[in-house]
Design a protein around this ligand. Sequence first.
Ligand SMILES: [Zn+2]
Length: 561
Amino acid sequence: MNNKYFFIFFLFLTSSIVFSQSAVEEKLKAHVTYLADDKLEGRATGSAGEKLAARYIVSNFMAEGIKPANIEGKNYLEEFTLNAGREAGKNNFIELTGVVPNERFDFFKDYNGTLIYPLDFSGNGAVNGEYIFCGYGITAPELNYDDYKSKNVKGKIAVIKVSTPEGGNPHSSYFKYIDERDKVKTAISNGAIAVVFINEDVDYPELEKDFSHNITPVEIPVIYYAKSFVPQFNKVVSIKISVELNQITKIGYNILAYIDNAAKYTIVVGGHYDHLGYGETGGSLYRGEPVIHNGADDNASGVALIMELAKEINASNFKNNNYLFIAFSGEEMGLYGSKAFTNSELAKKYDINYMLNYDMVGRLDSNKTLIINGVGTSPSWHVLNSIKVDDIKIKTTESGVGPSDQTSFYLKDIPVLHFFTGSHSDYHKPGDDAEKINYSGIESILEFSYALIDSLNNKGEIVFTKTKEDNNDNAPKFTVTLGVIPDYTFEGSGMRIDAVSDGKPAFKAGLLAGDVVIKLGEHDVVDLMSYMKALSKFNKGDATTVIINRNNSAQTFPIQF
Ligand SMILES: [Zn+2]
């Protein structure tokens, strides 16, 4: 499941029971246990661990006699490339001239416990010029405040303090100007050729140095030059700055196995096998030293299911469609694998009837509540209501757009479903391990899927329908986040928090998993939609209050985005 898209959808549920220790369950357990083993190091896209996972999945398809899809010379594998943030190249330094001797500091080196480094959104290149102090780099006409007043910054390097004239106080009217990227924009509009941020406030945190995410850089070098060096600037004549942050390109592989029934239409059954590695790829909700994220539920569970479902379909008499089983990579970094496939020449060879996506199906609860997203993508999905397997109770949402690979197919006008057993406190954290998986639950979902495919076997091509979300602007757009995972299965009034991301606004405010948000600022929160609408009213830096229900008592917390 992919974080970035997590908030787009919302849902409804119901409930159920199963127990067994079948041969299928044993197989599912073996798959998840292997894929979620530390040996695979969290299966980050492009990593050695992911290649081991790919080999395991391919071996299983081969062993079951399920052939590669028609990919010339690649034997089950479809290669694609993706951008994975940036990494430091050779030319990263700052040189101060006018001091004797000239002083040069290489970025990322430790100078008495202090690092100098480019910010994540820095542009590349080398500049050389005079510097000019520009205070906090803030122009705030409504506050009658302008750090650039009667300053000629053109062609110079702007030296700017982090924070604001009133510090980091979120209630200050200066607070909305605290963002470094905004300050750089202001500096550029004044003609600056580079920006050096300095930090004179002992209480103000160091700026983050994380280049693992994809970001659009600004056009000029931007560096952070920490507190202990600040006095140097008084004697310096000019500054040379060089920044080189190179794009990292990774190669990922989708795995495609095919059951060819010489039919007109093909059903795609998919699930992603990549995960977060050591948490370095940016989707991790864990803050701390890098540690393996095994991703048993996310998404060894889905891959185990599709491998066993492939076996059952192969042995079945469902011959009216062909079947393409795809284990996607690059999902966690932004649905790269499924996008690569749906945009490929290869995909054009198939007339895809519908797509079933399995992402996080390993935590079926004791009520047996299976969440199925995307039922609005075809009227034929009404058959779901008549499928009775192991007391599974389904809870459905309409939208074809969600935080996983079905989205890539939906956007090609293909009916989709996403099967999901709900989020939990181990979501995108190191605790998502194999021993917490409900294997009989996966088997129930497998049998449910088998029954679904059976019920559509004689129906030919099913009709695609667009879902509401994309023909109107009802979905609120928001730029801030609390840093929580909502409980999508919660049926009470409000937004129940399933997990709190370390270091994010909710965490800082002291909110806990289990808290139910009922009010954000002046906006009532009664469900996920109203929660998202409330979020959309705030901007980065805003401070407000959040009212939550904790153990049946309402409590108010100040919070800052
Ligand atoms: Zn995920």
